[in-house]
Design a protein around this ligand. Structure first.
Ligand SMILES: C[S@@+](CC[C@H](N)C(=O)[O-])C[C@H]1O[C@@H](n2cnc3c(N)ncnc32)[C@H](O)[C@@H]1O
Length: 209
């Protein structure tokens, strides 16, 4: 949404993830398919800020990929905090585990290798932060679950909600329409404060009013 130079300036002036997370990002970009899916340093910095602001201890993430965002968030929570992260891909999840094992914060992360909806059926607890970043066609289902499993002062963060600007073109494809539909549901929620930030590919933040 902004020039690379401006984004780099913002990153240079912000709290960014550790060298462990940076190494994981570099490894992913050097040859793992789909590396454009990484949240990157700017978004990691915003998540870090939210985690500190909300005194977040337990996090649910939908969409592990190679574990970059899970580790970046794990670094920000206290020693007795946890990140549960869900994904269906055994190969990228194996990369994630390799890098988590090398970090002192990796022990805070629990990975569930299952389709998101199946994993949610088995999770009963509430979370201080729910980060939705998995299959776009289920965004509305994930949102519905998240609204019921949010701690009283919890925050929901939904990634890719601008979808490279395609949200301005309804009917383009199924994923775009799913995100448009999700964004409309958030817009219509009452009793919640929401803000759709144009950070990277769009971060929708939602909390109870
Ligand atoms: C955008 S990536 C996650 C990126 C990650 N949060 C990061 O920034 O490091 C989306 C992930 O969702 C996973 N995914 C796709 N469909 C899924 C499903 N039905 N259930 C769970 N995960 C799914 C993909 O395998 C992929 O790893």
């Amino acid at each position: 949404m902004i020039s690379k130079e401006i984004e780099n300036y913002c990153i240079e002036h912000s709290t960014c993830p550790s060298d462990h997370v940076r190494a994981l990002g570099d490894f992913t970009r050097s040859g793992v398919h789909g590396s454009n899916m990484l949240i990157g340093e700017m978004e990691a910095s915003v998540l870090a800020f939210l985690i500190k602001l909300g005194k977040v201890k337990n996090i649910l993430e939908l969409g592990t990929y190679t574990g970059y965002s899970a580790l970046a968030m794990a670094e920000q929570i206290p020693e007795d905090g946890k990140v549960i992260t869900v994904d269906i891909n055994p190969e990228t999840t194996a990369i994630a585990k390799r890098f988590w094992d090398e970090s002192p914060h990796g022990k805070k992360i629990q990975q569930i290798l299952k389709p998101g909806l199946k994993a949610l059926e088995e999770l009963e607890e509430n979370f201080d932060l729910i980060f939705i970043d998995a299959d776009k066609n289920n965004y509305s289902n994930y949102l519905e679950w998240a609204l019921k499993h949010l701690s009283p002062n919890g925050i929901i963060v939904v990634d890719n909600t601008l979808w490279s600007g395609k949200i301005l073109t309804p009917g383009l494809d199924k994923q775009t329409d799913s995100i448009i539909n999700h964004n409309k549901k958030v817009q219509e929620l009452s009793g919640y404060t929401k803000t759709l930030l144009p950070v990277r590919d769009g971060m929708f933040l939602i909390q109870r009013s």
